[in-house]
Design a protein around this ligand. Structure first.
Ligand code: SAH
Length: 201
């Protein structure tokens, strides 16, 4: 999988190393193990999917360019896979998931790894996590119609957020960087994510 990520253009060795350390197979149903390292999203139950490895790597590579991830918020922790990858690159990872069943699953999946810097929360991440803000990094694993202002405002100075933005299942990766009190946006790859929803389940 990592050799393929390299061939697909991922250049950040620390991202490639983090992806090498986390067995994606551990985070999905045993019946899908044969496909664990394919470059596709896979079902994780509750009509949600674990993201495509390339997209996970690319989002983190763009966020890291020229800096460290620092304290990171992941909105949409799903099965916990991306939180595990982030644990190797960030000082602290706060993962938030709105579906209780997935939140429990992510906790269970992460337990054997004993990552000391990962914390999971059951909650609506579209409002961020004010009690732990500000964050140097915010990574959203679900597609929004626009960049949620509540999340943007929880960026620390110099902080960056990556979020898929678009309507009708077609999105584009949008990076927002806080420079003083100004927010700079840049647009990247086209992607397909499940929708960012509000409220709990
Ligand atoms: N990063 C995950 C991918 C999960 S898919 C992984 O590695 O497995 C996206 C997840 O976002 C889904 O589990 C969905 O329930 C969750 N989600 C959608 N809207 C949310 C919200 N407002 N707050 C928290 N989680 C949300």
């Amino acid at each position: 999988m990592v050799e393929r990520l390299r061939a697909q253009g991922i250049r950040d060795e620390r991202v490639l190393d983090a992806m090498l350390r986390v067995p994606r197979q551990h985070f999905i149903d045993a019946a899908l193990a044969y496909n664990a390292y394919d470059d596709t999203p896979l079902p994780i139950g509750f009509q949600q999917t674990i993201s495509q490895p390339y997209v996970v790597a690319r989002m983190i590579e763009l966020l890291r360019a020229g800096r460290e991830l620092g304290r990171a918020l992941e909105v949409g922790a799903g099965c916990g896979y991306q939180a595990a990858v982030l644990s190797h690159l960030a000082t602290e990872v706060f993962g938030i998931e709105r579906i209780r069943g997935l939140f429990e699953q992510a906790k269970e999946n992460l337990r054997p790894f004993r990552y000391p810097n990962v914390r999971l929360k059951h909650g609506d991440g579209s409002q961020g996590l004010p009690q732990a803000a500000p964050f140097d990094t915010i990574i959203v694993a679900a597609g929004a119609r626009e960049v949620p202002l509540a999340l943007r405002d929880q960026l620390a100075p110099g902080g960056r957020m990556m979020i898929p933005v678009g309507a009708g299942g077609e999105q584009q990766l949008v990076m927002t960087e806080r420079v003083g009190d100004v927010f700079r946006e840049s647009r990247h790859e086209a992607v397909r994510f499940v929708p960012l929803l509000s409220g709990l389940e």
